[in-house]
Design a protein around this ligand. Structure first.
Ligand code: AMP
Ligand code: MG
Length: 332
């Protein structure tokens, strides 16, 4: 074979990825799902696969949306609007709400998706920059009993038995959906190396080739010159942070953020942020919210009940505490 022909064949093989070259990296950012910025990075994936993955994200976004309805698609807003009546829903909603019941049990009520009536008052407070009254919070809290959610898997329906009760799945839905979409990417698309960053809920599929993905954990002190408090090196796990810097209103010098302690009905004050690393993205999301609503040691005790879960707290005084097992992920 002449030298020029040999060169041409080598170039073609390289372009086709047949000679041990690294798979091509592709990254796409979506702004139309979960009201946040979602960035999907995958190695060796095709454009049509990205499209399929995006369709899955949109499907879960619409099903779990509590603010908008979609023609012909009963979703969680439909369930809230129909409170008192059963609503026939997609199996993914039944699975999500069943998961939420498990979350309520494991977290002893610290994460309660039936807190919607209370959370709506805090949502309004942030928008209007006026604190809710204690009386309004107490009145809303009378409609947060988790027993008021009836799931009939056989009939394919869910029902809020209390007409004044409201679901708010903000603490778990992104993580639950991320896990579902990651499973789809692995099982249906055959992805082996990808990172799904769904508004900071990060899920690693495999690693970055033989290496791990390195993820920066955001510094909750946004006035600091250090953007990250730590970096972690991960593969095949999820990393989720709950923080007081993500959504808040500041009134008279006090920050009122979006994670509400069901015991006090006010924003939890134990930590500035809690990051949880564990295999399942739904549990990572649920646990980060739960630990945010607990004193650090109680959170650590809860974490021990979930195999392989690790956490990093940035406490109210700015100090950092790691759970057992967290250091294994530390990256310089
Ligand atoms: P995350 O950022 O995952 O910690 O979730 C925060 C979101 O979950 C909030 O914006 C609310 O929609 C909702 N939420 C806040 N506090 C709670 C709570 N204690 N239990 C259930 N959902 C909550
Ligand atoms: Mg959460």
């Amino acid at each position: 074979m002449g030298r020029r022909l040999l060169c041409l064949v080598c170039s073609l093989l390289l372009a086709g990825g047949l000679v041990g070259c690294a798979p091509t990296k592709k990254q796409v950012t979506y702004l139309d799902v979960f009201d946040t910025v979602c960035t999907v990075t995958a190695y060796g994936a095709r454009d049509e696969e990205f499209q399929q993955l995006h369709e899955e994200l949109v499907r879960y976004h619409r099903l779990f949306d509590i603010y908008n309805t979609y023609e012909g698609l009963p979703n969680l807003k439909t369930v809230n609007d129909a409170a008192g009546q059963p609503v026939a829903v997609d199996g993914a909603i039944i699975d999500l709400l069943t998961f939420c019941q498990d979350v309520y049990t494991l977290t002893a009520g610290k994460v309660n998706v039936l807190l919607g009536s209370v959370l709506a008052l805090w949502h309004d407070a942030r928008e209007r920059e006026v604190l809710p009254s204690a009386a309004a919070l107490q009145a809303a809290a009378a409609h947060t009993d988790p027993a008021g959610l009836v799931i009939d898997r056989a009939a394919g329906t869910v029902q809020l038995t209390d007409p004044a009760a409201r679901l708010d799945v903000g603490a778990v839905a992104k993580g639950f959906a991320t896990q579902r979409v990651a499973d789809f990417a692995r099982e249906e698309l055959g992805w082996t190396s990808a990172l799904l960053d769904i508004g900071g809920n990060v899920c690693a599929i495999g690693g970055k080739g033989d290496a791990s993905f390195v993820i920066g954990i955001q510094n909750p002190d946004q006035s600091s010159v250090l953007p990250y408090v730590q970096k972690v090196a991960v593969r095949d796990v999820s990393v989720v942070t709950s923080g007081d810097y993500q959504r808040y209103v500041e009134l008279d010098g006090t920050r009122y953020h979006h994670i509400i302690d069901p015991t006090t009905l006010w924003p939890a004050t134990y930590a500035h942020s809690v990051t949880v690393i564990c295999r399942d993205s739904g549990w990572a999301d649920a646990l980060s919210t739960a630990l945010f609503c607990l004193p650090q040691q109680m959170g650590a005790a809860l974490l021990e009940q979930v195999e392989g879960a690790a956490a990093l707290w940035v406490l109210a005084d700015g100090s950092q505490v790691c759970s057992k097992g967290f250091e294994a992920y530390s990256s310089s």
